[in-house]
Design a protein around this ligand. Structure first.
Ligand code: URP
Ligand code: ZN
Ligand code: ZN
Length: 470
């Protein structure tokens, strides 16, 4: 054995038991009551700690150029931050470069990521220029290990696509064993409301939220699911933020559509009360969909516990406050949409375990196992089993701390959770058998992360219907 983690309480999505875990050549090679070490074996004593699969964050925006600003983290700072938070795999969104094809954009993103990533990563392709050439390329993406395509129903004039494009992408994905991820907001309605507020001189960050109310999200969610149903395709709704959109997800599931849905850690803790703070503080919380009313987080927690929401991602889209967010100090439409959270994600979800809303097993399922299953990473990633990659987090459930920017590792200049007291923390993080975080220090190497060539996705895709029942 290269490494043995001794005496820890192993937590998977289904089981909890005390055992030793043996690691050989980057993989888990034994799980047993007591594993013998030899002279060269490194031993980590995990007594009193939980040993869980490393987190899988399937929604990150590292090294992404934007209309208003570029995201602050590249694959080095972003994956170091992820690792400190207990995450050992990410799936980053590869933007379609204007005027370029999807394969060319993918190659460029790999050029940026490969020399820097410190944890393993995969990519989703964003389809924002739906030319015939682009749509023809979709069938080549699975051959590159990219088995998920993302489309935006919002951000008019930038990445938004129309319904015709969406259903064609759904159809191509269905034919090629891929999954379509949808940012579901009615972009036309958002544009109308933004213009109306701007015309009335209502330009503070609060109007970002008011121009994207829950119905904007719910309408697009219902439409996206209906289009998936018509194309007999699977669909994954990203960043569900409110009960209204959740209802549409549940309705779709009930009538047999293969719909999966995630929320993000910030919707569990942040509400629109942030826009009551004086000055431009609210600018830090301009993410999309926006912070919701105070009754909404409970609806989201309950849906996570029930299983109607299956994944919690970070939607890490880090823009500096100074020189980024504050470009829109006088007009919310100029504030880059997005917020950091890649390092905070697992701790924020763990608070649901700390206060009894989730079991530790459900926590593992939401932050590691189900995302790995949905996106074709399982069982290499997302679980603790013989043969799986030794991607592990040793978690101290008893420690209390305050989140603060100075202790975090993203390059961005703030955290939305400044001063929040939390229970639980990742202490040691292991990626393919390498200890990459220990005692608060990063101990890995730049560029050690590997690109994950994903297989086709494991969803229960319905057979294509010749006719739809009326
Ligand atoms: O505000 C957000 N979420 N920014 C990142 C892009 C997206 O919509 O996911
Ligand atoms: Zn989005
Ligand atoms: Zn996003």
């Amino acid at each position: 054995m290269d490494l043995i983690i001794k005496n820890g309480t192993v937590v998977t999505a289904s089981d909890t038991f005390v055992a030793d875990i043996g690691v050989l050549n980057g993989r888990i090679s034994a799980i047993a009551d007591a594993i013998e070490a030899d002279s060269r074996t490194k031993i980590i004593d995990a007594a009193g700690r939980l040993v869980m699969p490393g987190g899988v964050d399937v929604h990150t925006h590292l090294d992404t150029p934007g209309l208003l600003a570029d995201t602050e983290d590249d694959f080095l700072s972003g994956t170091i931050a992820a690792a400190h938070g207990g995450t050992t795999s990410i799936i980053n969104f590869c933007p379609q470069i204007k005027g370029s094809g999807l394969l060319e954009s993918l190659a460029e993103h790999r050029r940026r990521a490969d020399p820097k990533a410190v944890i393993d990563f995969a990519l989703h392709s964003i389809v924002s220029d739906p030319s015939e050439r682009t749509l023809a390329e979709l069938s080549s993406l699975p051959g590159e290990g990219v088995t998920s395509f993302k489309v935006f129903m919002a951000y008019k004039g930038d990445t938004m696509v129309d319904d015709g494009t969406l259903i064609r992408v759904l159809d191509e994905a269905q034919a090629n064993g891929a999954l379509v991820m949808v940012h579901a907001e009615n972009g036309e309605a958002v544009e109308f409301l933004r213009d109306r507020f701007a015309g009335e001189g209502k330009l503070s960050p609060r109007y970002h939220a008011l121009s994207r109310p829950p119905r904007v999200e719910a309408e697009a969610t219902a439409r996206a699911i209906a289009l998936a149903e018509l194309a007999s395709a699977s669909i994954y709704i990203v960043h569900v933020s409110c009960g209204e959109a959740l209802e549409e997800v549940i309705r779709g599931k009930r009538r047999g559509v293969d719909v999966h849905a995630e929320t993000c850690a910030h919707y569990l803790h942040i509400t629109d009360a942030v826009f009551d703070t004086p000055g431009f503080e609210g600018g830090k919380y301009v993410f999309t969909p926006p912070p919701r009313g105070s009754h909404q987080p409970k609806l989201i927690w309950d849906a996570l516990a029930r299983g109607d929401l299956e994944v919690v991602s970070s939607d890490h889209a880090p823009y500096n406050f100074v020189g980024g967010k504050d470009i829109g100090r006088d007009d919310f439409r100029q504030i880059p949409n997005g917020a950091p959270g890649i390092e905070e994600r697992m701790t924020l979800v763990w608070q649901g375990v700390a206060n009894g809303q989730l079991s530790p097993n459900r926590f593992v399922d939401l932050v590691a196992t189900t995302p790995a299953k949905i996106f074709g990473l399982y069982p290499c990633k997302g679980t603790i089993a013989v043969g799986s990659d030794a991607d592990l987090v040793i978690w101290n459930p008893d420690i209390t701390r305050r989140l603060t920017r100075d202790d975090l590792h993203s390059a961005v200049d703030y955290t939305m959770f400044e001063g929040m007291e939390v229970l639980g923390a990742p202490e040691t993080v292991i990626s393919r058998g390498d200890v990459i975080v220990q005692g608060g220090a990063f101990t890995g190497a730049t560029g050690r992360g590997r690109y994950i060539h994903r297989g086709t996705v494991s969803t229960s895709r319905p057979a294509r219907q010749e006719t739809q029942r009326s």
